[in-house]
Design a protein around this ligand. Sequence first.
Ligand code: C2E
Ligand code: MG
Ligand code: MG
Ligand code: MG
Length: 285
Amino acid sequence: QAKRNGGDSIEPFRPAYRSVGYGRLELESDLRRAFERNELSLAFQPIVTLESEDIAGFEALLRWEHPRRGAISPAEFVPIAESTGLIVQLGQFALEEACRRLGDWQRMTGDENLFVSVNISSRQLIRQDLIGDVKTVLERYRISPNSLKLELTESLVMDNPERSAQLLTRLKALGVGLSLDDFGTGYSSLAYLMGFPFDTLKIDQSFLKNNSQPQRPIILHSIVTMAHDLGLKVVAEGIESDADVMQLRQLGCEYAQSFKFSPPLGSDQVRKILDDRAVGLKRAS
Ligand code: C2E
Ligand code: MG
Ligand code: MG
Ligand code: MG
């Protein structure tokens, strides 16, 4: 169960409720009400093209601003939402809100290649009419299927491989992108996982922590070349060192998503950045 969120055990953020004895049950009922109180929102972390460092898209990340406890990390509340089933509503909110924003940004910039990546949890994949919901939001916000990517972890897929394969194949047929999130935190081989129709692989940040593991260049080399040989694009998550950036560029790793380039941003900040970027592009031409 703890594995489901992969690299999240290394989150620097520790919520205060543990130390003040704020119980899980209390948090659980608060989370239920959080919707109506508008305490949930999305942050958007830029995913940059490694070569140019220009923004290619964003990962949508849930945020919860608790009225008394302040910001609570999704690494804490997403597992609670998963165990109570509330993740279905939270996930629906994330999908809808992410597509709504992306539609605005695409029309604002005229850049139809801008994409948004949304995390999907296992309950959503199994219980919700995910395919119907995806179709609905794409139409509602007039975005093309290839500018939406869904992120799924290996543990999610392995919970129910047959059903996952079937659903992912149907999602793929819609034209949406499928990213294998937190790669390297589980036990399956990439070769096995390629039985599923993923088009992008996100290397987990635990591989890219700024420490001096002598074997790391070899590991990165083999992950990226194998992913490319299998026809996958690669996102380096949480990349920290310049040496890793240089190596991954040389390997042709397509994207990076890390504090080194940008933290997750509020939608107003995204608007501003995209606006500045448009001005910059006009000046440059
Ligand atoms: P994830 O999907 O692997 O998302 C990436 C996480 O890594 C985000 O944490 C992001 O802020 C963090 N990160 C990005 N760059 C860096 C870096 O350079 N250094 C470090 N230390 N961290 C970096 P966040 O926002 O706290 O989310 C944690 C996890 O919560 C996500 O991991 C995902 O598993 C889950 N989550 C967030 N939003 C959703 C959602 O809408 N639905 C579902 N099912 N899960 C979500
Ligand atoms: Mg993660
Ligand atoms: Mg993710
Ligand atoms: Mg990840």
